[in-house]
Design a protein around this ligand. Structure first.
Ligand SMILES: Cc1ncc(COP(=O)(O)O)c(C=O)c1O
Length: 349
């Protein structure tokens, strides 16, 4: 981030959000114990509250979304088994190949519909036949929201159709819900309704919900018992981690409804970008807190455009051919018009 500007508008990711004052206070006051021994009351409260919120039996606090997904894959699969997921899924592209490196698990990629919805028929077509030559498919993996598709939401109806595929083939369904609550808020549905048809779910406290660290894995008691052992094996057993569970609990209790503000900022940002000559974006894909856009000019490949925007004080990432902007708590609404102005100036040269 080599950018010197009086006002920096940091739209790289919602992971840059800092804990609120209330969260810092909660950290200072958290009751703690040795969580590996099951003695941390704040972690226990967070795990129960999370499981209840998502309508599952039990929860496991993990250091990151990456570890939560990895644990789910390791518990669901044996080496040589296959998981079906979107070709651009975070687990396939951005989790360092962990499921293959540590679990010997194959990922079978499928494409999403143009609106970002996973296509149950594509999942079904990718299930390996029982023939002796094939790997055994074990799981269907759904990312909600779908980051690379634009932060698009997966509907309860699509989840129900995916469940039917899973049931026809004896598979489990896992949701990478790093931004599950963005999806729930955007659709006006209860998060539990979004994952009713999933066996296991990972969601993150450390993104739009503003907690400094941590994610949650939820599922059946039996699944979480195995997940707890796997977390320990990966070195993720933490001790007086109530100091991190306390802000996460506050995030769950107080930061979910606020996500609508981030969605409104993203919609305003997208409308502004859409009106700039030489830029294009898929407005229908702007459903939560993300905006992906690109230049129509070969002069502005996404890497160059993202670098120029950073120099202009609008921090962002290029993702393949697009530039990605993510709205969050720490970007005030009044910075959105300023960001649009700077983007217009950059592309006008
Ligand atoms: C969709 C999705 N899944 C999983 C993760 C991994 O979360 P973490 O960065 O906490 O490992 C991310 C991170 O941004 C993500 O966007």
């Amino acid at each position: 981030m080599a950018c010197e500007h009086p006002i920096i508008i940091d739209l790289r990711s919602d992971t840059v959000t800092r804990p609120t004052e209330a969260m810092r206070q909660a950290m200072a006051e958290a009751e703690v114990g040795d969580d590996v021994a099951g003695d941390d009351p704040t972690v226990n409260a967070l795990e129960s509250a999370s499981a209840e919120r998502l309508g599952k039996e039990a929860g496991l606090f993990v250091p990151s979304g990456t570890m939560g997904n990895l644990i789910a894959a390791l518990v669901h699969c044996r080496p040589g088994n296959a998981i079906i997921m979107d070709q651009h899924a975070h687990t396939r592209v951005h989790e360092v190949g962990g499921v293959a490196a540590l679990g010997g698990i194959i990922i079978d990629p499928v494409i999403a519909a143009p609106d970002g919805q996973p296509m149950p028929e594509a999942f079904e077509a990718a299930v390996h036949p029982a023939d002796i030559h094939h790997p055994i498919t074990r799981a269907l993996w759904v990312e909600n929201t779908n980051n690379r598709a634009g932060g698009t939401v997966v509907t309860p109806e699509t989840m129900a159709a995916i469940r039917e595929v899973a049931d026809r083939h004896g598979l489990v369904v896992h949701v990478d819900g790093a931004r599950l609550f963005n999806s729930a808020v955007a659709q006006g549905v209860d998060a539990a309704d979004l994952v009713r048809d999933a066996d296991t779910v990972m969601f993150c406290f450390s993104k739009g919900l503003c907690a400094p660290v941590g994610s949650m894995l939820v599922g059946s008691e039996a699944f979480i018992a195995r997940a707890r052992r796997t977390r320990k094996m990966l070195g993720g057993g933490m001790r007086q981690v109530g100091v991190l569970a306390a802000p996460a609990l506050l995030a769950l209790e107080t930061m979910v409804d606020r996500l609508a503000e981030d969605h409104a900022k993203a919609a305003a940002l997208a409308r502004g970008i859409e009106s700039i000559d030489g830029l294009e974006l898929a407005m229908h894909a702007v459903q939560t807190n993300m905006v992906y856009f690109r230049s129509t000019s070969p002069q502005w490949p996404s890497t160059k455009l993202a670098a120029a925007l950073c120099d202009a004080g609008v921090l962002c990432f290029d993702v393949q051919a697009d530039v990605r902007l993510v709205c969050h708590h720490d970007v005030p609404s009044e910075h959105i018009p300023l960001a649009i102005e700077r983007i217009a100036e950059v592309v006008a040269g």
